[in-house]
Ligand binder design. Structure first.
Ligand SMILES: [Zn+2]
Length: 725
């Protein structure tokens, strides 16, 4: 949890792909709910005791303890910080950087429980407390980030280290901590600081407005279907739509909501072209309806304020400021990557459209493929070319066997051994949660504990994610061992039945386990070195997905739940082939958004008229008329409902390039995906250093060169540039 000097704040905000904790929502609600204040000992604040270096007391969590515990822990962390910042001794690494890294332990512990309530065990009562705590947490973290004396001390250590470098991990820790503060304006003079704070306040108001507008547009445009308009729709969709309509007081009708999870299957399956157009229009016009919820002016304001803010810090544009600590480092390098992939994606779209046009004509339809036809005809092409019964695949994907497959991979690549802890020795917050001890296979050294919370239940957030309750560090004599968790939403099977999962879910299971392995393999001394780099931190977990389809895993673990037969090779081939299907569409809709994100933040905002900018930019790119951006600007929440992914959307592709390129390193090796040499380098350079090493340098050490896009192009079934003359 102690990811950076700003501790909690950053830990809350940097949560990639669902690893970490959910972001606390901004709130104006200042009223305390009736929280029972207790003078008795607060369990949430207590040191973790018991085996394995101490474990959270998940069996003693009481919600009424949460608010007082958080308040007390924040206050005592601020006291610790005050002692550091007012230390009369000259600043040193030990009395400033190390002292900051060691501070806030109680808060880290409370925040672990907070994370469980927020993600695994939520309730209306918790959300009420969360609303009360949100502004207090934000006040607490600004008190640290705006502590001038503290920054002066960090800066002094930093400047000293630039003259006279420290040992590498110390040096990196100083630099990361200094940059955290400097990027947020700690170096500004008083007048600029005031303006900076004003801008941030104004921006946070605009972010909320942006999100609220999108939300209103999602709620205000529901399409209600009659019974005779359901043609083509799967039964599960119809059922959900009937319930959604009933929930909105329209019993007997079927609601297509204005959200991706409703729009996407509707456009894929509905035979009603006019309705598809209506649903498509509603979805892609969110925030662009020239009404009170229109976001175009909000965006113009946001862009101007962001630009003004980074100008105070001496940067030319927002993208330049944002990318300085990313692996890409500059907007130019990110653009270069996107522009290299773009033409191949467009060429593939042409082929896809031709395939779909042929299907439409064969059906006797006199139409030209429009954006609201793409998913529908793509699905027909998919059925013809790659017919895959997802139910058939599922018979070979048992959750227990997949869990064994994870352990097998960890054994072969990381030399880890997973052993179930005896029931009752480690407290859990729900009976479904199981715990394993992780040790080194050869030395028997204890590495940490792995908690698995596999099944869906009420109050648990959707999707899958990884988190850590305690991260690796070696600040004192004793090494902190890792407490990591994986969380999914598989449907709990009946007693004695196997839990069967889809191929996608099995892939995600491997992905999230990759995050856990990244946590376990950390060899850093200071917690700040565990921090994530936005365009790099998904790469390790994406790479781990590749082991699911290795022969070793297939033959041992992907076996039929009744016959025990391994999944047939031709079924695996079909799955692999299907993965390149529709990549023209997927890559183009993604890249259009990612390119727009970068263009918006590298163009002088005084020249941006949101009424025309998007269209003009897309025209320049030769955007195909059959596809729309995955997220059009007026509802691009990644970029405008906060700053988490602003000029960061390219990062998914960046991580994909690394993933494909690293996977080829294995494929080319004599031992393939289980090659011991490559595996050793993988762990040593790409997992263990976390953020203790510059990611680009780490990658070069692994691969002997920078990553290039060839492998990605092959994975997506695109022509490879270097294969040509
Ligand atoms: Zn992830």
């Amino acid at each position: 949890m102690k990811k950076t000097s700003l501790g909690l704040m950053t830990a809350v905000l940097i949560s990639a792909c669902g690893s970490g904790n959910a972001t606390a929502p901004a709130t104006q609600n200042d009223q305390d709910p009736t929280v029972q204040k207790t003078t008795m000992k607060n369990d949430l604040l207590q040191e973790w005791t018991g085996p394995y270096g101490g474990v959270p007391a998940f069996d003693e969590m009481k919600l009424e303890d949460l608010q007082p515990a958080m308040e007390q822990a924040m206050a005592s962390h601020l006291e610790e910080v005050l002692i550091i910042s007012t230390n009369p001794a000259p600043p040193t690494f030990e009395n400033t950087i190390l002292a900051m890294q060691k501070s806030g332990e109680a808060l880290d512990r409370v925040f672990t429980y907070y994370g469980i309530w927020s993600s695994n065990m939520s309730s209306p009562e918790f959300r009420e407390i969360q609303q009360v705590l949100a502004p207090k947490i934000s006040e607490y973290s600004s008190k640290i980030s705006q502590n001038k004396e503290l920054f002066e001390r960090i800066k002094a250590v930093y400047e000293q280290s630039q003259q006279d470098p420290l040992p590498s991990q110390q040096q990196r820790a100083v630099e990361l901590m200094y940059e955290d503060f400097a990027m947020e304006g700690a170096n500004l003079n008083e007048a600029d600081k005031e303006r900076y704070a004003q801008i941030n306040k104004e921006l946070s108001r605009l972010y909320t407005q942006f999100s609220n507008n999108v939300l209103a547009e999602e709620e205000n445009y529901v399409v209600y279907l009659e019974k005779d308009q359901l043609s083509g729709l799967p039964e599960s969709f119809v059922k959900a739509a009937a319930k959604a309509a009933a929930d909105r007081g329209k019993e007997g009708k079927y609601a297509v909501l204005n959200t991706r999870s409703s729009m996407d299957p509707f456009l894929t399956y509905s035979d009603e072209r006019e309705l598809r157009k209506e649903v498509w229009d509603n979805y892609y016009s969110r925030g662009d309806n020239e009404d009170e919820y229109d976001n175009k002016e909000v965006i113009e304001e946001i862009l101007k304020l962001r630009d003004e803010r980074v100008e105070l810090l001496g940067f030319e544009n927002y993208a330049q400021w944002r990318l300085q600590d990313r692996m890409a480092k500059t907007p130019e390098r990110a653009m270069e990557l996107m522009e290299a992939v773009w033409p191949a994606a467009l060429a593939r779209v042409e082929e896809e459209v031709a395939d779909m046009q042929a299907v439409a004509e064969a059906e006797g339809k006199d139409i030209v493929i429009a954006p609201w036809d793409y998913r529908y005809y793509a699905e027909k092409v998919r059925q013809q070319k790659y017919d895959l019964e997802s139910d058939e695949v599922k018979q070979y994907l048992q959750l227990d066997k997949l869990t064994e497959a994870l352990f097998y991979t960890a054994d072969r690549i990381f030399n880890y051994k997973f052993t179930p802890v005896p029931q009752g020795t480690v407290p859990v917050f729900h009976e479904d949660v199981k715990v394993w001890e992780v040790t080194h296979k050869d030395t028997g050294k204890h590495i940490g504990l792995w908690y698995l919370d596999p099944y869906a239940r009420k109050g648990k957030r959707s999707g899958a994610w990884a988190s850590q309750y305690r991260s690796h560090a070696e600040m004192d004599e004793q090494e902190e061992t890792v407490l990591a968790s994986n969380n999914s939403n598989f449907v709990k099977p009946a007693q004695g039945e196997p839990a069967l999962v889809s191929w996608d879910d099995a892939t995600t299971f491997f992905h999230e386990f990759g995050h856990a392995l990244h946590f376990f393999s950390s060899e850093v001394k200071y917690p700040i070195l565990n921090s994530g780099v936005r365009d790099y931190t998904e790469f390790q977990s994406q790479l781990l997905e590749r082991w699911l389809s290795t022969d070793e895993v297939i033959n041992r673990f992907l076996v039929h739940h009744e016959t025990g037969e391994p999944i047939p090779q031709e079924l695996v081939e079909k799955i692999k082939k299907a993965s390149t299907f529709n990549q023209g569409f997927a890559t183009t809709e993604f890249l259009a958004s990612a390119l727009m994100d970068m263009k918006l933040h590298t163009t002088d905002p005084s020249e941006i008229d949101m009424g025309t900018f998007e269209k003009e930019s897309l025209d320049e790119l030769n955007m195909p008329s059959e596809i729309v951006m995955r997220h059009r600007t007026p509802h691009f929440g990644h970029v405008f409902s906060g700053e988490g992914y602003a000029t960061g959307y390219y990062g998914y592709l960046w991580a994909d390039v690394l993933t494909s390129d690293a996977a080829e390193a294995f494929r080319e090796a004599p031992g393939g995906f289980y090659d011991e040499n490559v595996a050793e380098k993988l762990v040593k350079y790409l997992f263990a250093p976390r953020n203790a090493m510059d990611p680009a340098e780490a990658y070069r050490l692994f691969r002997g060169r920078d990553a290039n896009i060839d492998a990605l192009m092959r994975d997506r079934g695109f022509p490879v540039p270097s294969d040509k003359e």
